[in-house]
Design a protein around this ligand. Structure first.
Ligand SMILES: Nc1ncnc2c1ncn2[C@@H]1O[C@H](COP(=O)(O)OP(=O)(O)OP(=O)(O)O)[C@@H](O)[C@H]1O
Length: 248
């Protein structure tokens, strides 16, 4: 196998993040080593405040570590210029947040195409890609709706479509179902499962054991450190839907 195939999509080495100083010093992430392979789905779990979101932000270049290295496909991202970092976030990473972070004044299709436009695609190519993605997430019929005209689950599906618009190397999701009810959670879960099946690398911070159960690997965090990891064989959302009485 070539070196490129062996290189993890994401690698963290001795990563630390401190906030504040003196008595107010908080070490939110405390010496994390982590490799995430291409095509892997990894769930990060742990109690509130243990550093999950901070770690995800460091992995995605939304924030820089106080110490240690973060590498995307073998290239350091913790020490590159702001400009290079912004470009990398636009083209190589897809983010999905708990509160969706959609632009309220833009329609679903405009929200999705915006990131493709910002990454330099032509308006026609961006629109075509956005329409394809909305179809993929089951929202072709809602493309011209504003976020306020969509349900929470539909909004999160738009956000997932947006995250995929530039064919990112990795999608990072921070509590993607935290604001959704059970049925919408399972819809989004099924969407992630489809992405996993298509070989998309995914890192999901979640409190939801159902989401974690469908990952390849579940990592537990405590007090800024990775304390445990479990390889999973993976339940399917079909089974979960049946269990929850949501089968169509
Ligand atoms: N900008 C900041 N300034 C100061 N402290 C911060 C900042 N961001 C996070 N922290 C602290 O770092 C620690 C980890 O926070 P983080 O949000 O990463 O935890 P989390 O595990 O994602 O929590 P939750 O599950 O509640 O979202 C917490 O103690 C938090 O108060």
């Amino acid at each position: 196998m070539s070196d490129a195939a062996d290189t993890p999509v994401l690698r963290a080495r001795g990563v630390q993040k401190e906030y504040g100083k003196g008595d107010g010093l908080v070490r939110a992430v405390d010496g994390v080593d982590l490799d995430i392979a291409a095509g892997e789905t990894v769930a990060i779990m742990g109690p509130s405040g243990c550093g999950k979101s901070t770690l995800l932000h460091l992995l995605g270049g939304l924030d820089r570590p106080s110490a240690g290295e973060v590498l995307l496909s073998g290239r350091r991202i913790d020490n590159i210029s702001e400009k290079a970092l912004a470009r990398m976030r636009r083209t190589d990473i897809g983010f999905v947040f708990q509160s969706f972070h959609l632009m309220e004044e833009l329609t679903a299709v405009e929200n999705v195409e915006l990131s493709a436009l910002l990454a330099g695609r032509s308006p026609r190519a961006a629109r075509r890609r956005a329409e394809e993605l909305l179809e993929q997430v089951g929202l072709a019929g809602r493309a011209r709706f504003l976020p306020s005209q969509l349900s929470g689950g539909q909004r999160q599906r738009v956000a997932v479509a947006r995250a995929l618009s530039n064919e990112p190397q990795v999608v990072l999701a921070d509590e993607p179902t935290g604001n959704l009810d059970s049925a919408a959670t399972l819809d989004v879960l099924q969407l992630f499962e489809g992405l996993h099946g298509s070989g998309q690398t995914l890192v999901i911070v979640t409190h939801d054991a159902r989401i974690a159960a469908t990952a390849d690997r579940m990592i537990s965090m405590r007090d800024g450190e990775l304390v445990d990891e479990t390889r999973l064989t993976g339940g399917t959302t079909g089974e979960l839907r049946a269990f929850a009485g949501l089968e169509d």
